[in-house]
Design a binder for this molecule. Structure first.
Ligand code: AMP
Length: 249
């Protein structure tokens, strides 16, 4: 069984992002970039399936600028078998990503695609769902457990206030939630080995996919600054403030 894992290059989660002065987006110049954390979880899950003998090949695919190759190398260093880079300098929105991934699926014929539930830069949470719709495949989103057996994928989903278990016909799309696993670190020997693993380079034109943006970002703003707190002298004062100032009791 072959698994495809789309991995996105995003601003490193430990970087404090700054909004550009003209409010068109966030500052990306000289900012550390990394693999989207939910995609790391997706790679880890695919590798565990291969180690368990359910999966024979793990293919990592990334769409974006040339440096997305580094993101693919990270997946290869974790243990993925090979990579596909779809190179473009254009802004690629979730629908365009989903269309390109559909083209890769048509060519590669995987039995399972594991994506992150969302990319931490655009927070879209759309690509997996759109890909499932374009392919007409079943989907298990926000997975905290995946079991593959007898041609079905049993997925435990994180939903409001609890867990839902669904059984998916294969081939299927799964998107990862935080609790699915803890991704491994790449060891030095594996980082070296990853340099020799193949990465195919393609362009959106190779797949005949129109990646023109369908939505326009009007404005990006910082969240409002938090107000400074006040120290209260007694419980009575706290209750008074909650009742008469905050109006919450
Ligand atoms: P989003 O719908 O943008 O929140 O992204 C959800 C998931 O789709 C990510 O965790 C990735 O697995 C995949 N994805 C989104 N954009 C890309 C991209 N440019 N390249 C590869 N995978 C992507």
């Amino acid at each position: 069984m072959k698994v495809l894992v789309p991995v996105k290059r995003v601003v490193d989660p430990n970087v404090k992002v700054r909004v550009k002065a003209d409010q068109t987006g966030v500052e990306l110049a000289n900012v550390k970039m990394s693999m989207n954390p939910f995609c790391e979880i997706a790679v880890e899950e695919a590798l565990r399936m291969r180690e368990a003998g359910t999966v024979t090949e793990v293919v990592a695919v990334s769409i974006g600028v040339q440096q997305c190759q580094e993101t693919i190398r990270t997946a290869l260093a974790m243990g993925a078998d090979r990579g596909i880079l779809i190179k473009t300098d254009e802004d690629v929105q979730p629908l365009a990503v989903a269309k390109l991934l559909k083209a890769v699926v048509d060519e590669e014929g995987p039995d399972l695609v594991i994506l992150g539930k969302q990319a931490i830069d655009d927070d879209s949470n759309q690509t997996g769902q759109m890909l499932a719709a374009l392919l007409g495949w079943s989907q298990g989103t926000f997975a905290s457990n995946i079991d593959i057996a007898d041609g079905k994928a049993q997925v435990v989903r994180e939903i409001d206030g609890g867990l839902e278990t669904v059984s998916l016909n294969m081939p299927a799309i799964v998107t990862t939630d935080l609790r699915l696993n803890e991704p491994r670190y790449a060891s030095l020997p594996n980082i070296m080995k990853a340099k020799k693993k193949p990465i195919d380079e393609k362009t959106p034109e190779d797949y005949g996919v129109d990646i023109a943006p369908r939505l326009t970002v009007l404005k990006v703003e910082e969240p409002p600054k938090r107000q400074a707190g006040v120290m209260v002298e007694s419980v009575a004062e706290l209750v008074d403030k909650l009742r008469n100032e905050a109006g919450v009791i």
